[in-house]
Each structure stands twice: as structure tokens, then as C-alpha cells.
Design a protein. Sequence first.
Length: 249
Amino acid sequence: MKKSAADLREMKGKEPISMLTAYTCPIARCLERAGIDVILVGDTWGMVEMGFESTRQVTMEHMCDNIAAVRRGAPDTHIIGDMPYQSDANAEVALGNARRFIDAGADSVKLEGPKYDIIEKLVTEGIEVCGHTGLTPQTVSSFKQVGRDEREANRVLEHAAGLANAGCYLVVLEHIPAELGEEVTRSIDIPAIGIGAGSACDGQVLVINDLMGLGDRWPPFSKQYLHLAELLREAAARYAREVKQRVFP
Ligand code: KIV
């Protein structure tokens, strides 16, 4: 049964939350069958599927199409739609775009950074919001770990608290030291979902292409449960050989 934002919030301290990204219908279908708690239709799609240099090139149109495809594959799984760069530039713009996500099939939306006023507006209008702090790819110039010194660590702690106060029901913590991930998780009353934030978080999220090993390189904090790029290369080479040798069909 599909989990609501309230159900997910209730899981804090009881059961770790499993979240994976998905961008397409067949992958979403597999994730639903696997019993994943939440699917994030992330703007990482731009980098891992489109070959863009950054997530900043992703548009609302891309994301709405991806959300609709994922919803067709996973009718009974909570779907978070990731608001692309500048789609949440102010409260009015964010509200219009968040509603487009809900119409496309999302159950809630995710925003990067300490956009407290915008989050409050969305929550007041009945849209559930997942926050995102630590490394926030839409606005960084490097993908290095965040929160190593005291000033940065305090900023992450402050942002996580601010996001919870603004009404977020979940917060993603990206690429921060494990000790800081633990401190943030203990300091807020909503679930903290880590991606490179240590094992003490209330749940974990991975980019599906990283999990599948579909790509040439992966973030140091990810884990490859498959080596799909290699399997595909072998299958395609075998197919090419069989066509040349008239073995197939
Ligand atoms: O866009 C995305 O996939 C994300 C994850 C890295 C959390 O924001």
C-alpha cells in the first residue's frame, strides 16, 4: 500500500526508510515490486541519463514526463518529484510548478536548500515537501563533501532544523561526514534520509544508476549492487557477433 507523507514521518525511530531514484516506467515497476518505500524522481536524471554537465539544465517539462512515466510503473509507491533549478525561484512560481508535479503523479515534492518561506507556502497550500541540505547540486561548483569544518557543520545543522520548522516531512542529507549525519538525525523530529551521510540516518537514498552500476564512475559513497554497464556491453557485443555470423535470428 502506498505510504503517505505522514506514514513516512511516523517511521522515524521505528524502521529505516528505503528510497531510490527512478526516471522511467520499467525501473519504477521493478522498484515497486521490490517493496521500496519511496521513489524519488530526481533531477540527477539530467546527469545520469541525459549526459548533462549539471542538474541545472533539467526543465519542468522533463521532470513532469519522468514523473508520469514513473507513476505508470509504480501506482502504489510514494513518489517525490524533485523541483528543478529555478522552478522554485519564488513562492508563487514554486506553487504553480509543485501543482504540475502533483498533477503529473507525484505525492510530494523536494526542494534544495534553505527556502523556508517557499516551503511554508507549499505546506500551507497542502503540498508535502521534502527538504535537501548538505551538498545541494543545483547551486554548488564542486561535488566535494560538505560540513567538514565547524562553520559548515553548524550551517547544515541550522538548515536541517529550519527545514523541519518550515514544515518539511523529510529531509535529504547529501555527502556530509557520518558523525554530522548522526548529529543532524538526532537533532530533528522528522526522518533524515542520507546519501553519503552515514548509517545513523533514518533512511537511505541512492541514485538508481549508481546502484545498477550503469555509468563509468560513481560517487564514493554509493554502492554498485549490479554491474549493468558491463553486462550490457557483453550482451551487445554477443548480439553484434551473432548478427555478423548470421547466428541471430
Ligand atoms: O536528484 C536526485 O537524485 C537527488 C538525490 C541525489 C538525493 O536529489
